[in-house]
Every structure is written in C-alpha cells, then in structure tokens.
Design a protein around this ligand. Structure first.
Ligand code: SF4
Length: 313
C-alpha cells in the first residue's frame, strides 16, 4: 500500500486547481515597458543581478513581438498541447506599471480583450505604484476576476537594496503594498536568497518582515547571475559566492516554516533561460527543488507556518 504524504506547503498550482476546478495557464507577456532603473533605454544598467532582458519569459525569445502576436501565439500553443481553455494574463517583463495611467489602461485592456482570461497579473517594482495606478488596477477586480501584483522587494535590508542598486527603499515597498491592499489587489512578493552580504540571519529577517505583512503569495528566488548583469563582473573578479542548491533548499524550508500556512508559494527557485544563465552553472530545476523541499520538511517533521509568529518583527 502506498502512503500518500500531504504536500507540506501551499503550492500555487494546487491553489489554482482548487479555485478554478481546472488547470488554468499563465501567459507571460512583454508589454513593451522599461523600468525606472533603466529609463527609456532598456539596455542601460539596472539592478545588479538583472541583464538587458529584464526578466522576460524564456519562451518570448529575444525579439519583442506585438502584444497581440505574443498572446495569440501562446494561446494557440497551449490549446494544441494541453487543450487549454482558460488563461491568466501575466505582464511579466520589466516594470509593467511604469507608464501613465491612460497608457497602462490601454495596454491592459488590449491584452485582456485577446483571450479568455480569468486573472490579470502585473509584475512591477514598488516605486512604480502610486494611488492612481493602484486605483486603475483595483478597477479590474471583480467577484470572479482577480488582479494580482507581483511586487519585487528582493530584500528588506536597506543596505542590501543599495548594494544591488534596486533604487527603492523598504518604506516605498510598504507604501505600495498598502495602496494595493486598499483596492483589493492580491499581492505576491519576490525575495532573492543569497544576495551579496546576506547570511541566513539577514535573509530570515526579510522573511519575517514579509510574514508580518501576510501577502497572499511569495516567490523565493536563488541568486543567479546572467552574463550581462553588473554582478557578473564582480563574480569574474572572484568577489562573489553563491549558495549552492543544498543551502538554498535549507533557506527555503526555514522561510516556509516562518510564513503563514495560507500564503501561496508561487516559486522556490529561479529559471533564467539556459543561454543567459551563467552562474551558478548547475542548479536544481523547479520540480527537483519542490521534491527536495518537501523531503526536508518531512525529515524535520515540519510544515509551512510551523514557526510563524505574527509579532516576530
Ligand atoms: S530587475 Fe526589474 S527593476 Fe531591476 S533592472 Fe531589471 S527590469 Fe529593471
């Protein structure tokens, strides 16, 4: 007899299946935005770990197609491969709220008109959210239509944010967070584990800070450096080290124990396209990471939220 061990953390895929009763597919698009760090030139230097592709999905390739072409192509592929019917529109690349409200509305409306979308997801940075933009995002929220913002924090340590040239503060993050909360937008916060100067204690401080805010979801990334990023030069000069897969698994498990059990885990590792991904050269893929995290939680007799304390910060 096979004994099924329950998954010990709240998986995003499971959340979507429970919510929609079917598999829904994310379509990641490049809405043509840049970000305040790079300004009008997408090739300008940005965050220390970011290359010129500004976190575009691998399957978009290096050339930016029209929004319509990106969406229709993805829908055609997903329909053929999985008989997909229902989708989430995900503005993934760069800072997808960096623009005037009228421009953003035009782009979001256009994207949403091109498929059977049940959610809008917008990835951005804290200094690209103000009251008007939060209101715009909130205007799309309906009883059967969720709006999510993926908000990059990366670290809750001001020193680290300066070190990696993020160009925003923790205070700006918190302001954006509460603006979005006030209009009913769901929030997924990104953290990177292994940033320069951060040991386990500092990483867990950021995790505890995040846990105290109780976002609906989190994404945990391991630090990795594409060749075109400013940190790559430091790596080549022998000035950087990275957590290996084993240490990253321990960071993730420690973090899971400290965040609320209802927080959705959207990601636990980074998957930059192989061609751009330079260091660390070998790292666990997504499914192996999930398996090892589950195994470590089982080994500890632990689970997500087992060490969550609302007032730890
Ligand atoms: S990580 Fe985001 S904000 Fe930073 S440079 Fe890249 S696209 Fe810009």
């Amino acid at each position: 007899m096979v004994i099924m061990v329950p998954v010990l953390f709240r998986q995003y895929s499971q959340y979507l299946r429970e919510k929609y009763g079917e598999t829904v597919y994310r379509i990641g698009v490049d809405g043509g935005f840049s970000c305040p760090n790079r300004g009008s030139d997408r090739n300008a230097p940005g965050c220390a770990y970011c290359d010129v592709y500004g976190v575009r999905a691998a399957y978009l390739g290096e050339e930016t197609q029209s929004l319509e072409a990106q969406i229709l192509r993805s829908i055609a592929v997903l329909k053929k491969r999985y008989k997909a019917e229902t989708y989430i529109l995900y503005f993934q690349a760069y800072s997808s709220t960096w623009g005037s409200v009228s421009h953003l509305k035009k782009i979001y409306d256009h994207g949403l008109s091109l498929g059977n979308f049940v959610e809008l997801v917008v990835s951005t940075r804290p200094d690209c959210i103000n009251e008007k933009i939060a209101d715009l995002l909130g205007s799309y929220v309906r009883p059967n239509f969720d709006v999510w913002v993926e908000l990059g924090l990366q670290s809750a340590q001001e020193e680290t944010l300066k070190r990696i040239n993020r160009g925003h503060s923790v205070e700006q993050f918190e302001r954006a967070y509460h603006l979005l909360r006030a209009v009913g937008v769901k929030i997924a916060v990104h953290l990177i584990f292994g940033l320069p100067g951060e040991d386990r204690d500092l990483i867990m401080k950021s995790v505890d800070y995040l846990a105290s805010l109780k976002p609906e979801a989190v994404k945990f990334h391991n630090l990795h450096i594409p060749t075109g990023s400013p940190l790559y030069a430091e790596y080549e000069a022998g000035e950087l080290s990275f957590p290996d897969s084993g240490r990253h698994i321990h960071y993730v498990v420690d973090a899971l124990e400290r965040i609320p059990e209802e927080t959705i885990i959207m990601r636990m590792t980074t998957d930059t396209p192989r061609l751009r991904h330079r260091v660390p050269g070998v790292f666990l893929n997504k499914s192996s990471t999930y398996e090892q995290v589950q195994a470590e939680l089982e080994r500890r007799g632990s689970r997500q939220g087992s060490q969550y304390h609302p007032n730890r910060v």
